[in-house]
Write a protein that binds this ligand. Structure first.
Ligand SMILES: Cc1cc2nc3c(=O)[nH]c(=O)nc-3n(C[C@H](O)[C@H](O)[C@H](O)COP(=O)(O)OP(=O)(O)OC[C@H]3O[C@@H](n4cnc5c(N)ncnc54)[C@H](O)[C@@H]3O)c2cc1C
Length: 460
């Protein structure tokens, strides 16, 4: 098939380097305003699974490699590569079977849309923390969603996937059919060796009393806050999400402290009484000296998404990295020192407390790297001349955490660093993944972290 036939065959669009729209299409691929200097040979915007199959076959037949783009939200911009980019953003069908408590979602369905659609049926899913992120890469990399303590990592709530493989064939993968592909589709993220064109989701009853409380302290109180948060996680039910936010003081508190640590507890309760009882247990241990307290706010999913949307504004430049560790106290101390020297007031870091994960569930998918504490550092800035300073800040913070780091989360890791992808998996999971990559994509058709497109093309 040549390019003319490709254009005639696909229902979607094909944009090549000599098209007038090329630069707008290229930069539009990423959500992050920081666009790497990488230039796709062409961008194929697929309208349906047939288009994805055609695009994969075209690339393979013409010796080109493929990069898959869901919503372009990965902070590292990994979807933008110098090869054929298959853009899935037009594939956004969603079907909900309320009685069976299942849903079928194409990759471009966003967290916000899914949560809103499910709420109408009194249902929910561990959607990610920001409304605009699509299921595409979110679920494939694991998915750290709302209420992860009770509902688990989002990919463990996936019951099956439809996948286009490197030969263009379409397969169904679940616990019984193509179980090894299904294993990989739950956590491989950018290391996956195919294109997921549909997810089948297992749904939950919607918690009717979601309540959020925030205690804000001067950053110097980090030790007391960490001790309280760690102790609290051993006392409360699994439906509590407790996160420390390290940031520049919010405006109303700016006269009292330059930098603050806010302990944010969201309780995913089913009744008012349950929410109140849990809040009382959390609040009982709160250290003295809070600059501000907001307790028991009603935060259904749409409100949670409005709040999170204020932290992650579109059009900003972003860099991020993650670390798992077994030492929340040390990790939080490092993050609090880091925020003191952040290159812009918008930068922040999160320290997430999680209850222990079920070992059996954790071994049932490529998502395998966890620890008692999870931290994420976000540099956010607007001026291109600050790129280097912002990136250096994120990297210096991770460097300080590295002696206690157990590994990373591929969904938000700094994938420009050589070890990030590899260290997002346990050694056993990585070995299995490498075996499956050879089995299903021996020619490395699909771009993966650490594989240099240019060198492969030269070699091949
Ligand atoms: C504002 C914001 C908030 C976020 N919040 C969370 C959060 O709460 N929890 C969390 O876990 N993560 C979160 N993330 C991270 C996010 O889930 C991942 O970056 C995810 O990859 C985004 O999905 P995407 O489809 O936009 O990825 P893209 O950037 O489009 O793709 C990244 C890579 O994933 C692979 N890929 C994506 N889709 C497919 C597919 N259908 N088939 C095959 N390969 C595919 C490709 O290798 C691609 O290069 C957040 C990111 C942002 C920007």
């Amino acid at each position: 098939m040549d390019i003319h036939e490709l254009r005639r065959t696909v229902r979607g669009t094909v944009t090549t380097r000599d098209d007038r729209a090329y630069e707008a299409v290229r930069t539009g691929l990423l959500w992050n305003a920081r666009t790497p200097d990488r230039f796709p040979e062409m961008v194929i915007r697929a309208m349906d699974t047939g288009d994805v199959q055609t695009a994969v076959r075209y690339a393979a037949a013409n010796g080109m490699r493929v990069s898959v783009r869901g919503g372009g939200h990965h902070f590292s911009g990994i979807a933008l590569q110098d090869c054929v980019v298959i853009d899935l953003s037009a594939m956004s069908a969603l079907q909900i079977d309320a009685e069976a408590r299942t849903a079928r979602a194409q990759p471009a369905v966003t967290n916000g849309r899914l949560a809103a659609a499910l709420a109408e049926y009194g249902l929910a899913f561990p959607t990610g923390h920001c409304a605009s992120v699509p299921l595409s890469g979110y679920l494939l990399g694991g998915g750290f969603g709302w209420n992860a303590g009770a509902w688990g990592i989002a990919c463990h709530n996936v019951e099956g996937v439809e996948v286009v493989l490197a030969d263009g064939s379409l397969v169904t993968a679940n616990k019984v059919e193509n179980a090894d592909i299904f294993w990989a589709a739950r956590g491989a993220g950018p290391e996956f060796f195919g294109v997921v064109t549909e997810y089948r989701l297992r749904l939950h009853e919607l918690p009717r009393a979601i309540r959020t409380s925030v205690w804000t302290y001067p950053i110097g109180e980090v030790q007391a806050v960490e001790r309280w948060m760690s102790r609290t996680m051993r006392l409360v039910p699994r439906n509590v999400e407790f996160t420390a936010v390290f940031s520049t003081a919010p405006q109303p508190l700016a006269s009292k402290a330059a930098k603050t640590i806010s302990a944010v507890a969201t309780i995913f309760a089913y009744t008012e009484e349950e929410a109140q009882a849990t809040l009382e247990r959390i609040a009982a241990g709160a250290p003295e000296g809070a600059l501000d307290m907001q307790l028991g706010m009603e935060t259904p999913f749409e409100v949670l998404y409005l709040i999170m949307g204020q932290f992650f504004l579109e059009g900003r430049r972003y860099a991020a990295d993650t670390n798992w560790s077994a030492d929340p106290a040390r990790q939080m101390a490092i993050m609090s020192s880091a925020i003191e020297v952040a290159p812009s007031a918008e930068c922040f870091a999160l320290g997430v407390m999680l209850p222990p994960m079920d070992g059996a569930v954790m071994s049932d998918g490529a998502f395998s790297m966890v620890g008692p504490a999870f931290g994420c550092t976000y540099a956010i800035w607007q001026d291109e001349t600050q790129d280097q300073a912002a990136l250096s800040w994120v990297r210096a913070t991770s460097e300080k955490i590295s002696p206690i780091s157990l590994g990373h989360y591929i969904g938000e890791a700094d994938l420009d660093l050589a070890d990030r992808s590899r260290r997002s998996f346990t050694p056993a999971a990585l070995e299995r993944l490498r075996h499956l990559q050879r089995k299903y994509d021996l020619g490395n058709l699909f771009h993966r972290p650490g594989i240099d497109v240019g060198s492969l093309r030269r070699a091949g």
